[in-house]
Design a protein around this ligand. Structure first.
Ligand SMILES: [Zn+2]
Length: 349
């Protein structure tokens, strides 16, 4: 297996390395020198300080800007300070970076890079598809990092959804074509078709120009969580004639319509979905703590992974072997949820 830059996928120059869990984060949570026992990362004695993967110097420098900005945004949220829609957009980029970075890092550690043959790396995948973020708080004994969702067969194949707990904040993040677009009044994505050469085929119809509930079925607004959505359509404005993205509704609800960056939508307890004006400041920190513990909070992440594969992809269009793999992976997630809930006596939310 050849070494590749985790950001661009090319052979990295010099000997630069990237911490997939940023150094500031493992220090902030008091885990820098701790051995990481992260989901599917094999139980080797790797400390967070040593959890690094090859990267080009130029890529690393470029992404250090995103890292510094995200650190301050994330810290503000954890201190109950308001943030702007643009800042939430930056944070969504950061979650794309961490999610894809963990995926590539894990494939490397588990020697699965050749088998899975990643079609994209961090730089190609940031800000590309619709995004979702849920912020929750749980009562914990102290500091730490935990990851969920990264150990499932679905995640090995596609880094669609994961969860990261930072001290007492739980962040669930997902990204996929058409995940929230139609429900937010943006164009409707038909199920993603598989193509022989492993590329996805997208077809999009005009949207309804108004929101429709629920946005993502397994996430219900509550006082204990903040739900954030962002439709994304970079490069999709030219995929077909009579482009469904070229309508006033989409343009008025985008941060950067030219580059296919939709706006930030927020859903709180009263169920209404609000579009945030680009520079509008808002407090997104949940006021109340979630009732369950970490294990309970992690379950919807596995459910969401199954939902994305089952409902957003046209599995029938896939090669029989791929179809079989996907169905098995979906079943594994369902089995895992059922077993965990039973073992921990968790009731369905
Ligand atoms: Zn690079």
């Amino acid at each position: 297996m050849a070494k590749f830059c985790i950001f661009c996928g090319n052979t990295p120059d010099k000997k630069n390395k990237e911490h997939v869990i940023p150094q500031w984060l493992s220090k902030f949570t008091g885990k820098y020198h701790s051995v990481c026992r992260l989901g599917g990362v094999p139980q080797r004695d790797i400390t967070f300080s040593a959890l690094t993967f090859p990267a080009c110097t130029a890529c690393n420098e470029k992404f250090s800007i995103l890292e510094a900005q995200s650190k301050s945004i994330l810290t503000n949220i954890m201190e109950s300070k308001p943030v702007t829609a643009w800042e939430i957009n930056t944070l969504m980029d950061w979650f794309d970076k961490i999610r894809v970075g963990m995926w590539l890092g894990q494939l490397t550690l588990e020697s699965k890079v050749d088998a899975v043959a990643p079609k994209f790396h961090i730089a190609d995948r940031i800000g590309k598809k619709d995004r979702f973020l849920m912020i929750e708080r749980i009562k914990t004994d102290g500091k730490g990092i935990a990851l969920a969702g990264i150990d499932s067969p679905i995640f090995t194949d596609m880094p669609s959804a994961f969860q990261i707990t930072i001290n007492d904040f739980v962040f669930t993040n997902a990204s996929e074509y058409g995940l929230v677009s139609e429900k937010l009044g943006f164009p409707k994505f038909h199920k993603i078709k598989f193509h022989d050469d492993n590329h996805e085929i997208l077809t999009v119809d005009k949207g309804r120009n108004k929101t429709k509930h629920p946005i993502i079925p397994m996430y219900t607004p509550a006082n204990t969580c903040t739900l954030i959505y962002q439709p994304m359509y970079p490069g999709l404005r030219s995929i077909q004639p009579n482009n469904p993205f070229d309508v006033p509704y989409v343009q008025q609800h985008s941060l950067d319509a030219e580059n296919g960056r939709g706006g930030i939508f927020l859903q709180k307890k009263d169920n209404t979905v609000r579009y945030l004006a680009p520079d509008q400041k808002i407090n997104v920190t949940p006021k109340e703590f979630a009732t369950g513990g970490l294990v309970e909070c992690a379950m919807p992440t596995y459910e969401l992974q199954g939902y994305i594969l089952e409902h957003l992809y046209d599995l029938k269009s896939a090669h029989p072997a791929t179809q079989q793999f996907c169905q098995h992976a979906i079943a594994m997630n369902k089995w895992r949820i059922q077993n965990t809930m039973q073992a921990y006596g968790i009731k369905k939310r």
